[in-house]
Write a protein that binds this ligand. Structure first.
Ligand code: NDP
Length: 328
């Protein structure tokens, strides 16, 4: 059993997830990459424990995280059982279903059949009786929204999820989903979109909708999978996500134009006495709609560096303008 740092709550502050009573840390840890069956278990375990020791109470998973799909949940389940079993009530654990998980017509998207079976599998892999947040991972154009939302309702009614969430939904779909769930008295507390300096599309309506609806917003890939860090300032390191065969970031993402932007943003970060990763996280957290940024990491030192953002002063109007000019 892990003995967590006694001062873990002294340096972290928490924010309400929308208008709900659920509070989340500004940084959450995501287990999409680096926690699967192909990754060194001890490194993943060390990151989870360090995160918890530093006040990160929120851990974000999904059925398909691995590779192989499911292995991030099994590994996380092992860490929970061996190290953190006594601290379950201090943790917010989320999982999702929506992407391909098993073969055949019931292994992805948004049917009731898939969503409820997937949640049961996730609970089994993690050795949990319930998750804190169960997300529909992506909208399904071929299933009535009502069916997917009724599956979330069922998950909550059964006590297998405390709160419901949606991810990758557009503004109108978000409005419809939230209205339906509220009608059913289901606590829909969070949306999870991709948002970073390199992915600003949520600014065109979605973030405003989220604020208006009073739900929280937990953003993913705030570092654009590592592009917005010191990783790719010079080349593509062999141990980076862009170089890994199973990494979701292709080496072709590091274009000449991207590198020029990365270098210019890095200069802005250095002028603030920050790293580029810290600047990128501070930038997403500056938005009033954003509750938490879910970061990924491949080693404890990255996590520590990223947590440094919490000690930095807010971005000034001049700095924000300089960033906008680079991103134009
Ligand atoms: P990030 O944008 O934070 O990228 C993480 C990667 O950036 C790390 O793996 C590492 O790359 C690099 N990195 C992080 N910190 C540093 C640092 N200080 N210095 C150098 N490099 C650094 O997030 P992810 O793309 O990993 O996504 C985060 C989480 O969001 C996921 O784990 C998942 O929980 C969630 N998510 C949700 C999705 C959804 O559809 N709802 C989709 C995708 C993600 P390297 O491995 O090269 O070291």
């Amino acid at each position: 059993m892990h003995a967590p740092a006694p001062d873990r709550y002294e340096r972290m502050t928490y924010r309400h997830c929308g208008r709900s009573g659920l509070q989340l840390p500004p940084l959450s840890l995501g287990l999409w990459h680096n926690f699967g069956g192909v990754d060194p278990f001890d490194v993943g375990r060390a990151m989870v424990l360090r995160a918890f020791d530093r006040g990160i109470t929120h851990f974000d998973l999904a059925n398909n995280y691995g590779p192989e799909p499911g292995t991030a949940e099994s590994n996380f389940g092992r860490i929970l059982r061996d190290d953190l079993a006594a601290y379950r009530d201090e943790m917010v654990i989320s999982t999702k279903a929506g992407y391909r998980m098993w073969p055949g017509p019931y292994g992805e998207w948004g049917s009731r059949k898939y969503l409820l079976a997937s949640l049961d599998q996730s609970l089994q892999r993690m050795g949990l009786e319930y998750v804190d947040i169960f997300y529909h991972h992506r909208p399904d154009p071929d299933t009535p929204l009502e069916e997917s939302m009724l599956a979330l309702e069922q998950a909550v009614r059964q006590g297998k999820a405390l709160y419901a969430g949606i991810s990758n939904y557009g503004p109108d779909q978000t409005r419809d989903a939230v209205a339906m769930l509220r009608e059913l008295s289901v606590p829909i507390v969070v949306h999870q979109p991709r948002y970073s300096m390199f992915e600003r599309s949520p600014e065109q309506g979605l973030l405003g909708t989220i604020e208006e609806l009073g739900i929280g917003c937990v953003v993913f890939s705030p570092l654009a999978q590592g592009l917005l860090t010191s990783r790719y300032l010079r080349d593509i390191p062999a141990d980076s996500r862009a170089a890994k065969p199973h990494g979701a970031l292709g080496a072709d993402s590091v274009t000449m134009q991207r590198r020029a932007q990365i270098l210019a943003l890095n200069d802005i970060a250095r002028a603030r006495g920050q790293s580029l990763a810290q600047l990128a996280i501070a930038w997403v957290l500056r938005h009033a709609a954003v509750t938490s940024a879910i970061i990924g990491a491949s080693r404890v030192s990255q996590l520590d560096e990223n947590l440094g953002v919490l000690d930095a002063p807010p971005l000034t109007a001049d700095e924000l303008r300089a960033i906008d000019r680079v991103l134009e």
